[in-house]
Design a protein around this ligand. Structure first.
Ligand SMILES: Cc1ncc(COP(=O)(O)O)c(C=O)c1O
Length: 450
């Protein structure tokens, strides 16, 4: 696939000395990282993910939102799925360069953006995507909503294997569709699909939302698993919406199979795939994502429900990430894999009342804290709080508050992830290892004091 020439203005500005512009824009080089080319004299640039980066006061959900929600000081925010790392320097450079041009009018979207996405998918996952048929949106949520509006009329059922990403339930509420939760089963600390249950529920559903890798349980689905789900959906005329936003976060030993790469044309033709660089490069606030399908009918129908005007800075950031950001991403993924190892062994050795088996993918840890729930008497406290406030307070809410008050850590409550989430809490490991150490030390001390 031929690549179009780069943006002239960027090339010129880089030649003119990006660091001068960046310092004018108040951008500092990351410690251990130059803002120059990603390849330093033939050697790959090394990024410092241990560098503590303070996000308080930036209106971010993960830290500022945690303090607001809990009403107590939070030392480690481990909620919403984003990263606390300084962005890849190529992104900061591209944004600073674009800001030098101080006009923010309507934007054209040259084909080089779609080509960057297609080349990324080809290079990284061996997946052929036709750049002319990519559909851009301002996030995976608006795209999923467009697809749900296309294939699942209000009142119809949407199949999901649970526990699953809580945001899907918001999309269902928005489209007035009804959840059909198929609870997964735990085998040796790893979730598996209950295929009999899945098929029964597929028979009465319009759409299946697949999450690969699976948030929050961290499953990276095998080709065999995907084919089996895909075959059942095809047989029952259930459209597969494959959300693969976490696909870059593979922990050691895991490999990712894009649904669109399955070796069965009919199964692939029965699906749409939703992707973004927003998890990979921590660009959630930049509001850019894309979807594609090999099925022209599905594409035309879903396009007719899709409208997206993309942000200028979002496109600049995404283009830089996809064309220059791979060394940063590879090192971030390796660092996060190390975080997963650290937490799994810490819990095994020092927090035996919590159960956790290292996730295959994602930087999320899905913790079975049911023993802590019992020790805290969370069921009773939830019942009493619900009665006295008239709100529905869950045992998971109680444990979330307990962890915040006693360990100064923000965790996400498991019940929001659908059937099977009771007794679990989700911990986001997308942060510096020193902060993770502080969080697990604090939780271990609070549990020991129970
Ligand atoms: C599986 C999954 N899909 C979608 C999203 C959100 O996507 P976006 O921010 O592009 O709407 C998230 C965010 O955590 C997620 O985990």
């Amino acid at each position: 696939m031929a690549r179009r020439p780069g943006l002239d203005r960027r090339t010129f500005l880089r030649g003119a000395g990006a660091s001068a512009l960046l310092s004018a824009a108040g951008v500092k080089p990351a410690r251990g990282a130059s803002l120059a080319n990603p390849m330093l004299g033939g050697q790959e640039q090394v990024f410092d993910f241990d560098e503590v980066y303070d996000r308080f006061g930036t209106m971010c959900t993960k830290w500022d939102g945690a303090v607001q929600d809990m009403g107590v000081p939070i030392e480690v925010g481990m909620g919403v799925a984003d990263l606390d790392f300084r962005a890849a320097p190529c992104i900061t450079r591209a944004l600073a360069e674009r800001c030098e041009h101080e006009v923010w009018g309507y934007l054209r979207r040259p084909s080089e953006y779609s080509e960057a996405v297609a080349e990324w998918n080809d290079r990284r996952y061996g997946l052929e995507v036709d750049p002319g048929r990519l559909v851009w949106t301002t996030g995976v949520h608006p795209a999923l909503i467009a697809a749900l509006q296309t294939f699942a009329p209000p009142g119809s059922r949407v199949l999901m294997t649970t526990p699953v990403y809580s945001g899907f339930y918001t999309d269902l509420r928005f489209t007035r569709t009804v959840t059909e939760d198929s609870p997964m089963v735990m085998v040796d600390g790893r979730y598996e699909i209950d295929f009999d249950d899945f098929e029964q529920r597929a028979a009465r559903s319009h759409v299946f939302i697949l999450c690969n890798p699976h948030n929050p349980t961290g499953n990276v689905w095998s080709e065999e698993d995907l084919l089996r789900k895909g075959e059942i959906c095809l047989r029952h005329r259930v459209v597969v919406l494959s959300d693969e936003i976490h696909c870059d976060f593979l922990n050691s030993g895991s490999s990712y199979t894009p649904f669109a790469a399955l070796p069965d044309r009919e199964i692939v033709d029965n699906s749409l795939t939703f992707k973004a660089a927003s998890k990979s490069f921590n660009l959630a606030g930049m509001k850019v994502s894309w979807w594609f399908t090999t099925n022209r009918d599905y594409e035309a129908r879903t396009r007719s429900n899709t409208r997206a005007d993309l942000p200028t800075l979002g496109l600049a950031a995404n283009h830089a990430a996809l064309t220059e950001g791979e060394p940063w991403l590879d090192q971030a993924v390796a660092y996060l894999d190390g975080n997963q190892d650290f937490v799994a062994s810490y819990i095994r050795e020092k927090l035996p009342s919590v159960k956790y088996r290292k996730a295959q993918g994602t930087y999320l840890a899905w913790l079975d804290m049911s023993e802590v729930f019992e020790a805290v008497d969370a069921e009773r406290l939830a019942r009493e709080a619900s009665e006295s406030t008239g709100r529905n307070v869950s045992p998971e809410d109680i444990v979330q508050t307990w962890v915040a008050e006693n360990a100064s850590v923000f965790l996400s409550p498991g019940d929001v992830y659908g059937a099977g989430g009771s007794g679990f809490m989700r911990m986001n490991l997308g942060t510096q290892r020193g902060r993770i150490q502080l969080a697990v030390d604090n939780i271990a001390a609070a549990v020991a004091a129970l």
